[in-house]
Structures are given as C-alpha cells and as structure tokens.
Design a protein around this ligand. Structure first.
Ligand SMILES: Cc1cc2nc3c(=O)[nH]c(=O)nc-3n(C[C@H](O)[C@H](O)[C@H](O)COP(=O)(O)OP(=O)(O)OC[C@H]3O[C@@H](n4cnc5c(N)ncnc54)[C@H](O)[C@@H]3O)c2cc1C
Length: 284
C-alpha cells in the first residue's frame, strides 16, 4: 500500500459532494459507493486512468490521512465548475494483534460523507489511459472490484465523447458475486448501456464458491476467449489496461502466459507492449 506525500495547502483543491449512492445491494457484504463531486477549482483536470489523492482528516495529530482514488468519470459541466466521480469501497481491517476490527480511515470518511460536504484533495496522480490514434486498435481491459473505476471512465470516453470505437473493446471483470458486479448490477447499470455496442463486450467472472471465499474465476473467463485474446495481444496497436487489487496480477500473468503458449512467449509479447507504452496498470 502506497503512503502518498502530503503537499502544501497551496496545491490542494476542494470539491463538494453532490450525491452518494451505494452501488452494491444492501444484501451484499461489500459496500461500494458511487460519489459525484463538483469542483470550482478549474486548475484541476483529470483524465481516465488517473486518480486523486483525498486528504481525509488525520488521526493522532496528523493533519491528513491521504489515500488515492481513481476517477470513475471526469465530466466538464460548465465553464465555472466541473464534476468527477469516484467509486469507493468501504474498507475494514482486522488488527493481527488484538483481533479487533478497524475502519479504513479515508474510505469510511468518503462513504460517510453527506451531500453538501466538501473534501480536500490534490492530483491528478498517475498516467492517463491513452486513446490510440488508430480507431481500429483493440482495447483489452482486465480488472476486479473498484478497479472498474478507470474502465468506466475510459469506456464512457470512447462511446460518449468519441462517438464509438471500431476495434474490439473487451472488458474481463471479476467480482466476488453477481451482487458486486459494479455498474452492471441491479443497483447501477451504467456499463450495461454499452452492451449493445457492436465493438464492446463485458465478460464477467465470479467466485465459484463465494461462501467459501474461493477466488474469483477471472483466469478461466479469460481462457474461454483464448483465441480472441491472443489475437488482440498480437495486434500492433492493442492497448492493455489492468486495474484493481495488486494480488490479481500474478494470476493474470499466468493465464496470459498459458494463452501465449509459454511464459517466455508471454514475456516477449508483454515486453514489447511495455516498451511501446501499450501496457497500463492501476494496481493497489
Ligand atoms: C493508484 C490507486 C488507486 C486507488 N483507487 C481506488 C478506488 O478507485 N477505489 C477504492 O475504493 N480504493 C482505491 N484505492 C485504495 C485506497 O487508496 C485506499 O488504500 C483504501 O480505500 C483504504 O484506505 P483507508 O484510508 O480506508 O484505509 P486505512 O485507514 O489506510 O487502513 C488500511 C488498512 O486496511 C488494510 N486495507 C486497506 N485496503 C485494503 C484492501 N483493499 N484489502 C485488504 N486490506 C486492506 C491495510 O492493510 C491497512 O492496514 C486506490 C489505491 C491506489 C494506490
């Protein structure tokens, strides 16, 4: 987990919460909220793939507790203000020593925030998910959990702002259960509205035995599309985006190595993509 540096007040922005909606059903153990903020700080601009550093009130005399959250959509609303959205999972953790459960500071601060209240933040942080000049380029997204935030921003950019995409857009997305399929469940269908786009396909993976905390079958979902994925990986303009929990990367690498035929073959393909700036990660 990164520990972001605190910047001077002069570099901070502020934004007011416009709305906060839970996007996992009440029956789900996971609480994830979609938060819409408005800022009048026009010096701030974020693009898909980038995060902001939220400065939650600090504990134990610390001025701030700073944590990064990826923009789930940047939206210009008027010349005087702009809106952006975050997708935040309420985090808890259990102290190894005492066994007590603690609330994650920034995520609980954000999830408890009421419309009208303001946050301080800085950024943007991280690299922008690039849009290739070639509109026939294939775009492969692989992610889990709140890792969907940058994908949502990017997909909306492709289909709303650019008016569509000619290459294949494939999003492999894993969640513990169908209830936690963010932006594709009964609580919020934002991404489902692109299902009828000819170039877009979302492939969903859940845990085969959620009650036993079995891992999400993301690798199996990717393997079911092995031929298509390999063809995409070999495309000279293909961009790959990976987002979500860092622990996911090892499994994704193994799956892609199996699809490529061997670990060496995969490292060669990936090496070229990394060198050409076509491989992008937002991991945490
Ligand atoms: C580049 C980047 C982008 C991010 N984007 C998002 C985003 O869009 N949405 C989002 O919800 N989060 C995102 N995060 C994670 C976020 O920054 C915080 O780490 C998370 O919300 C926990 O912060 P906290 O202040 O609530 O918890 P803290 O008070 O910092 O407590 C964290 C404690 O809980 C444990 N912990 C924290 N997170 C987890 C976890 N996921 N699983 C298990 N244990 C955990 C840690 O071991 C630690 O001891 C991102 C992180 C990075 C680095």
């Amino acid at each position: 987990m990164t520990s972001p540096t605190i910047h001077n007040d002069a570099t901070h922005f502020s934004a007011q919460l416009i709305s906060s909606n839970r996007i996992t059903p009440a029956t789900s153990a996971e609480e994830v909220r979609h938060l819409v903020f408005r800022t009048a700080d026009l010096g701030f601009e974020a693009k898909p793939g980038q995060s902001i550093r939220v400065l939650a009130p600090g504990l134990y005399g610390n001025p701030y507790h700073a944590r990064l959250y990826t923009i789930a959509d940047p939206e210009a609303v008027s010349p005087e203000s702009s809106e952006f959205t975050l997708c935040v999972r309420r985090c808890f953790y259990v102290d190894d020593f005492s066994g007590e459960e603690y609330k994650g500071v920034a995520s609980n601060y954000l999830c408890d925030l009421q419309p009208g209240q303001s946050i301080r933040f800085d950024g943007p942080v991280g690299l922008v998910f690039p849009v290739p000049a070639n509109r026939k380029a294939d775009l492969l997204m692989i992610g889990m959990g709140t890792g969907i935030a940058p994908f949502r921003a990017y997909i909306r950019h492709l289909y709303e702002k650019l008016g569509g995409w000619e290459g294949k857009v494939r999003m492999f997305y894993g969640a513990h259960t169908g209830l936690e399929m963010l932006y594709m469940n009964d609580e919020n269908q934002d991404l489902a509205q692109y299902f009828d786009q000819a170039s877009f396909k979302a492939i969903q993976a859940v845990s085969p035995r959620p009650a036993l905390q079995a891992p999400v079958a993301l690798g199996q979902a990717i393997e079911q599309y092995a031929n298509e994925v390999l063809e995409m990986l070999n495309g000279k303009d293909t961009q790959v985006f990976i987002a979500g929990a860092e622990a996911m990367l090892e499994g994704v690498d193994k799956t892609l190595a199996s699809i490529a035929g061997s670990a060496i073959a995969w490292q060669t393909i990936k090496g070229v993509m990394v060198a050409e700036g076509r491989w992008h990660e937002v991991l945490y």
